[in-house]
Design a protein around this ligand. Structure first.
Ligand SMILES: NC(=O)c1ccc[n+]([C@@H]2O[C@H](COP(=O)([O-])OP(=O)(O)OC[C@H]3O[C@@H](n4cnc5c(N)ncnc54)[C@H](OP(=O)(O)O)[C@@H]3O)[C@@H](O)[C@H]2O)c1
Length: 432
């Protein structure tokens, strides 16, 4: 019996797109792909901006600069969007879905901006919208949340979902180097962009938190501000303090339930205790840690970026979408919880590490401690280091409301004996 043919259009032949076409063209895996897709996958066009660039094994005949035309082809079964960015990617995806063509994308920016609307469009047109590679590269967290944990009540999702920042912070920890030095090294090695803002200031991680929270908590994927703090202010003294105290600094994206309908979503650096599973996620690796009421703690770990790893996740989606086409079915739309509400990051509590540079003079400690007390922030431990006629005091608080800690910082900055506030970073303890 001849197998059905699934016609695939790919927009983008960069790192991920070209790796995907390589995987689809790998003749040695023909049978495995055929079994998984229950169909023969045929790539019928590859949209790019410049057809003269070298494209590895991609046949020149497939290349086109008319990506809009490719996306609108009614004879496609699946459109794979690997161009990135919001426009024109959004128009391409919408055109395909309106024609009932299933879409696979790795585009977290697009999904975070209008994923719910696109998923609705897919459902109305009886086709699929898959986006496994949008979070964590090869790490299969989207499918795990959608299927294995579909019935679980999740309390918290916490991830190291940006390889660039994890690479930088891991190097700062292992080599004791300053942020600026390691950033340059990361840029030279291709781990950081020439303009690193999206990664180091947490925008990329915030988009991924949007995608994860939609599946774990039923929030909408639409343009929303998420409380965000990057890593550019992390100093080697903070990294050293963390190391000596048994912690490591990581950039984390968090979505956690507060009460029946409250949700805190945020991206920030955190001191993670060495006994926490996320503490050992180093270099460009990504990991997502999920705490469910019945499942308990779970963690997924793997390559968060790179053409090959990301293309494997895209390929899995293509095979899934192909099977659905053959079976004439499509995934159920995910649900949105209309009652779930974002709460202010200031209303969440945590242990905090705070470092303050003060004048080395009598009475300073009492004045500083008084400010903590006045704002209801209780000190768990304190360390003082002399630096000529100045001193640096590093505090760890007990669990404290973030807005009280902010008030403490503002009040400390007003003390004449305080030269500067070093850093204020949340602390995550090990799993109990
Ligand atoms: N790279 C990773 O490790 C990684 C990991 C996870 C997710 N992702 C996501 O995967 C997607 C692709 O990433 P990438 O790293 O492969 O990007 P990339 O290397 O920059 O490739 C982008 C490709 O899209 C093409 N393109 C861009 N705009 C286009 C347009 N308007 N019309 C037609 N073609 C267009 C480019 O054509 P030209 O080649 O002609 O310029 C290029 O081939 C992005 O959404 C990214 O966020 C990437």
């Amino acid at each position: 019996m001849t197998s059905p043919v699934i016609r695939v259009g790919v927009i983008g032949a960069g790192f991920v797109g070209s790796a995907l076409v390589e995987l689809l063209n790998d003749r040695s895996r023909n049978d495995a792909l055929l079994d998984a897709a229950t169909a023969t996958i045929e790539v019928v066009g590859v949209g790019v901006r410049d057809t003269s660039k070298p494209r590895g094994s991609i046949s020149k005949d497939l290349l086109t600069t008319d990506a809009a035309g490719l996306a609108s082809r009614k004879d496609l079964d699946i459109l794979v969007e690997l161009a990135g960015g919001i426009e024109p990617a959004r128009s391409y995806v919408e055109a395909a879905l309106k024609n009932g063509v299933s879409v696979v994308t790795a585009n977290k920016a697009l999904m975070a901006d209008c994923g719910t609307e696109l998923a609705r469009l897919a459902s109305e047109n009886n086709c699929d919208l898959f986006y496994e590679a949008a979070v964590g590269g090869a790490v299969p967290i989207i499918r795990a949340l959608r299927t294995s944990l579909a019935g679980e009540r999740i309390n918290r999702v916490m991830g190291i979902v940006n390889g660039t920042t994890n690479f930088i912070l891991s190097k700062m920890t292992s080599e004791g180097s300053d942020y600026g030095v390691v950033l340059k090294e990361a840029q030279a090695l291709g781990y950081a962009e020439a303009d690193p803002t999206a990664d180091v200031e947490g925008f990329d991680a915030a988009a991924k938190v949007q995608v994860l929270s939609s599946l774990a908590f039923g929030t909408e994927m639409k343009s929303t501000e998420i409380s965000r703090e990057g890593i550019s202010g992390i100093r080697s003294v903070d990294v050293d303090f963390a190391k000596n105290a048994g912690y490591v600094i990581k950039l984390v994206g968090v979505a956690e339930r507060h009460g029946a309908h409250g949700l805190s979503r945020r991206v920030h650096p955190a001191l993670i205790h060495n006994s926490h599973p996320l503490a050992s996620v180093n270099g460009a690796m990504n990991a997502v840690f999920v705490e469910g009421v019945n499942s308990g703690p779970l963690m997924w770990l793997g390559q968060g970026a790179g053409g090959g790893p990301t293309a494997t996740a895209v390929l899995g989606d293509v095979l899934d979408a192909a099977r659905n086409r053959v079976d004439k079915r499509h995934q159920v739309p995910f649900s949105v919880d209309p009652e779930i509400k974002d709460i202010d990051a200031g209303d969440t509590s945590s242990i905090f590490y705070i470092s303050v540079d003060v004048k080395d003079e009598p009475g300073v400690l009492a004045a500083v401690a008084g400010v903590f007390g006045k704002n209801n922030v209780s000190i768990r431990s304190m360390e003082q280091h002399g630096v000529s006629n100045e001193a640096r005091i590093s505090f760890m608080t007990h669990d404290a409301l973030a807005k009280n800690v902010q008030a403490t910082i503002s009040d400390l900055a007003k003390l004449s004996s305080v030269d500067s506030i070093g850093n204020c970073i949340r602390v995550i303890e090990g799993v109990k």
